[in-house]
Design a protein around this ligand. Structure first.
Ligand code: F6P
Length: 745
């Protein structure tokens, strides 16, 4: 690029300068000649002044003959040609030097007293200056001083050439300087305004020999990049994309090493019924939310390798690149034996913390042995995180209640890490949490994180009330921070979401095709209204209450018999636990009871499908349904509600949503119900089934706008922006000479 700027900028400038110089040369020449002439006139006056008195004296003393000798001594200067002394009668009294033949004291060509003229002599041009003495002792005489003007002309030409050469050199140097300044300025702009990657690319382009784009187009390029960046920043407000998220990670966090830790892995390799290895996407809100983030930011995802064929596909470091069809990041699998799974996953996590945090009225079980194993598995994952981190200051995103101890354990291994924990389930009241025997331990470990995120502000406040009640700490309610032994943890609500648009949607047919296919697949009459429930088979989801609501609906509205179906997809989950097995039995029994009560011919009101469905199948169901029923008894967020909305690009379908799901804070155009109130849920179903098309459209349009704006990239972007700010503050605090932060009392 430098060469290109040189050729395209310096050369034209130099040529322009040469033309200008050529045009201005006569002017320079004239000015210099005039300057030399006035200089010679001055010299002539000096010569006269220095000789006048002596000449007057020699004439006054009658020694006129000595005047010539005297003048001969004076005219030794090469530029002084001659001096002529004229008597008052116009005769030449004396002279020295070669005087042109036609120049006498009476010559008309001579100058008047006090003036100068130029005369052409045989050997060039002469400047003649005439003066008159004014001595009291002698009669005044005229003295003519003759200077060689050829000398002045040749000096003027020489000086003109010097001026021209110096100007040319100066113009070239200035052009070079301008080029360097422009180039450096562009570099600085690029680095400052377009970010490192872009400026590096800009500089790489600049270094490339193929690069021959002139400076102006480089400026244009940089400006358009700035404009694009500003556009992207504006779009952040409404349109968070993977690209915007990557930019946050790069610009604000400085592209650190990123690690996600969760119990559930995003892809499970398992042997299918025919013995072939199949890849499954688990039914997990956490996976739904996190997977697009890790895909966008690369990095490493550390998770429990739970699939029957998981070990088959990993390398010797237990790594496998995923997603299988288009690998974008590394999944590091951590292996757990049966005892560990029992104590850590089934025991402490799902019989202890899960019922503790969900108000579904299932009693939490706390066993010492489970707690011991929970601690050792958290240590195991902390070791795995430390092994995976190549740098001292990674960003570690810890997911959920399976890893309540991990923040402190990772901090011990990687003190420079920026640690964010997201708690995907509700946080209960202080009283409720207080029943946990190891509450203080859990709180201390969690507070070693830099950020602790919940879905709602209400959960944040429950958490602050819990730490206030059970541990020694300093809480700043305004800034929502908790400080324990000098370390501050920020407690913030980040309502989780889904990717927009969900990638699975592109593989699903339009709504009319989905309606037809789904009705055929599940034996639902073609014209029947379809309500849908899709979730893990969990006691928090309100499946039993839902069946009872359907019973009430059919009781109250006999017209729906044969014309309405409820399709329940229940993905078996945690089936080893008694509470879950019990729920499964009761769900089947309840569906059978309701079906037996209303069955007519081949029609049954409830179709229960007790199996996991892959995301494409779930999105097909969403598009086929008239109503989606999400009546969780208690739920951190519930992403099924958001996925249903995202699937309905036909702006149809009605969402019935529990007020005890975090999603109810955002999806205000859904029909909100208290899931414990079966009658209310039945009424909401009735309203949903009768809702006019235009109202369905308006409600769905508003909800789609909400989910689109508050998508998963925004969720991660907000959390990572906060993490970046905390990281910068911590670095400032560690910088030499920094003042200690003010301690708030
Ligand atoms: O969405 C909340 C969550 O607890 C996730 O953390 C978890 O992966 C998911 O529910 C499903 O549970 P599991 O992983 O035990 O099947």
């Amino acid at each position: 690029m430098f060469k290109s700027i040189l050729l395209r900028m310096v050369l034209p400038l130099a040529i322009t300068a040469a033309i200008l110089a050529w045009l201005t040369m006569p002017l320079i020449d004239r000015s210099l000649t005039a300057w030399f002439r006035s200089d010679l006139e001055l010299r002539a006056a000096l010569v006269f002044n220095s000789v006048a008195d002596r000449i007057s004296e020699l004439i006054a003393t009658g020694s006129v003959d000595q005047v010539g000798t005297y003048l001969a001594k004076v005219t030794t200067d090469e530029r002084l040609r001659a001096i002529v002394v004229c008597g008052s009668d116009g005769t030449v009294l004396a002279s020295a030097g070669p005087v042109p033949a036609d120049l006498g004291c009476r010559s008309v060509k001579g100058p008047p007293v006090g003036g100068s003229v130029e005369l052409e002599a045989s050997n060039g041009t002469i400047l003649v200056s005439r003066f008159q003495t004014a001595s009291a002792a002698a009669k005044p005489v005229d003295i003519m001083v003759l200077h060689d003007l050829n000398f002045a002309a040749s000096r003027a030409t020489l000086a003109g050439q010097y001026v021209l050469s110096i100007s040319l050199v100066a113009i070239v140097l200035i052009s070079l300087l301008v080029v360097v300044v422009v180039w450096l300025t562009l570099r600085k702009w690029a680095a400052l305004l377009v970010g490192d990657i872009r400026s590096r690319r800009f500089l790489d382009d600049a270094r490339s020999p193929a690069m021959s784009v002139p400076v102006l187009s480089q400026v244009r390029k940089v400006l358009s990049e700035i404009e694009a960046r500003q556009r992207l920043e504006i779009e952040y407000q409404e349109n968070w994309t993977p690209q915007a998220l990557r930019q946050v990670v790069h610009d604000q966090l400085g592209a650190p090493e990123m690690l996600v830790v969760s119990n559930r892995e995003p892809y499970i390799h398992a042997y299918g019924p025919a013995g072939a290895v199949e890849v499954q996407t688990p039914a997990s809100g956490m996976v739904t939310a996190l997977e697009p983030i890790v895909r966008a930011c690369a990095g490493t995802w550390v998770a429990h390798g739970s699939g029957s064929a998981d070990r088959l596909v990993v390398d010797r470091r237990d790594h496998v690149r995923v997603p299988p069809e288009d690998p974008a990041y590394t999944l590091r699998r951590v292996w757990l034996d049966e005892r560990e799974e029992d104590g850590y996953y089934y025991g402490f996590s799902n019989e202890g913390l899960w019922p503790l945090c969900h108000l579904a009225y299932v009693r939490p079980e706390f066993r010492e042995v489970d707690w011991q194993i929970y601690q050792s598995v958290n240590e195991k994952f902390a070791d795995a995180v430390a092994t995976e981190c190549a740098t001292p200051d990674p960003v570690v995103l810890i997911q959920d209640y399976h890893f309540a101890l991990l923040p402190k354990l990772v901090r011990a291994r990687k003190p420079g890490a920026t640690i964010a924990v997201f708690w995907h389930i509700p946080w209960p009241s202080a009283e409720t949490f207080g029943v946990c025997p190891w509450k203080a331990d859990i709180l201390h470990h969690l507070l070693a994180a830099d950020i602790l995120g919940f879905h709602t502000r209400y959960h944040c406040q429950n958490f602050l009330a819990t730490v206030d009640r059970f541990i020694e700490c300093q809480i700043d309610h305004e800034r929502m921070t908790v400080t324990v032994r000098g370390h501050t943890c920020q407690v913030t609500a980040y309502p989780i979401s889904i990717e927009w648009p969900p990638r699975w949607l592109s593989r699903v047919a339009d709504a009319p095709s989905c309606r037809r296919v789904v009705r055929e697949k599940f034996g639902i009459p073609a014209g029947a209204a379809l309500a849908l429930g899709v979730e893990r088979w969990d006691f928090t989801k309100g499946i039993l209450e839902r069946f009872r609501a359907i019973e009430v609906l059919l009781e109250r509205n006999p017209r729906y018999r044969g014309k309405f179906c409820f399709l329940q997809i229940a993905a078996p989950s945690r089936s080893r636990l008694p509470a879950y097995r019990d729920l499964q039995e009761r769900t089947i029994a309840e569906a059978e009871r309701v079906n037996a009560r209303f069955a007519e011919g081949g029609w049954r009101p409830i179709v229960l499908v007790a199996e996991h469905q892959e995301p494409e199948q779930v999105f097909e169901l969403f598009r086929a349904a008239d109503v989606c029923l999400v009546n969780s008894l208690h739920d951190g967020m519930n992403l099924v509600a958001k996925e249903f909305v995202a699937a309905r690009d036909d702006e149809d379908g009605v969402l019935v949503l529990s007020t005890f799901a975090g999603a109810s804070r955002e999806l205000l155009e859904s029909l909100l119900v208290n899931p414990f109130d079966v009658s209310e849920t039945a009424s909401a179903l009735e309203v949903a089934l009768q809702m006019p098309r235009e109202e369905r459209r308006q409600r769905m349009r508003l909800m789609r706008q909400t989910v689109k704006e508050n998508n998963i990239y925004r969720w991660a972007g907000r959390m990572l922006t906060d993490a970046a700010r905390i990281r910068q503050r911590q670095r400032l605090a560690l910088a030499p000479g920094s003042r200690p932060a003010l301690k708030l009392e």
